[in-house]
Design a protein around this ligand. Structure first.
Ligand code: 5GP
Ligand code: ZN
Length: 110
């Protein structure tokens, strides 16, 4: 989607440091971190939010959680605190589905 911030990041029209990239997803640090580790895991295809998922979305969701699994290990979060958070509706500010991986000291709720 042309006007979407995360679509622009995915197309590299806006800067972000990709920690992970595959055919279907990217991960990059949140610009305004709420915890020591705050990474956004984002499907490449434009999906507005959880409300737009359907039965075909299962494979993509599994991939996203496997990226989270890999990052949890990469950042040694198993033995500290971590959360995977998805905001929706009025709690969601960027209308392109994304998963917050928060770890270390969780200062505030996202
Ligand atoms: P939401 O409230 O939609 O769940 O979260 C959106 C997140 O995107 C926020 O945590 C915000 O800091 C982050 N964010 C907004 N704009 C940018 C940006 O241009 N680059 C990066 N890396 N993160 C962004
Ligand atoms: Zn988008």
């Amino acid at each position: 989607m042309d006007s979407c911030l995360f679509c622009k990041i995915i197309k590299k029209e806006l800067p972000a440091k990709f920690i992970f990239e595959s055919e279907n997803a990217v991960a990059f640090p949140d610009i305004n971190p709420s915890a020591e580790v705050h990474i956004l895991i984002v499907p490449k295809g434009h999906i507005g939010g959880v409300q737009d998922l359907d039965k075909e979305s299962g494979g993509l969701l599994a991939e996203i959680y496997l990226v989270a699994n890999q990052l949890v290990k990469q950042y040694n979060l198993e033995d500290s605190l971590y959360r995977v958070v998805v905001n929706g509706g009025k709690a969601q500010h960027v209308p392109h589905l994304h998963f917050h991986l928060l770890g270390g000291n969780l200062n505030k709720l996202v």
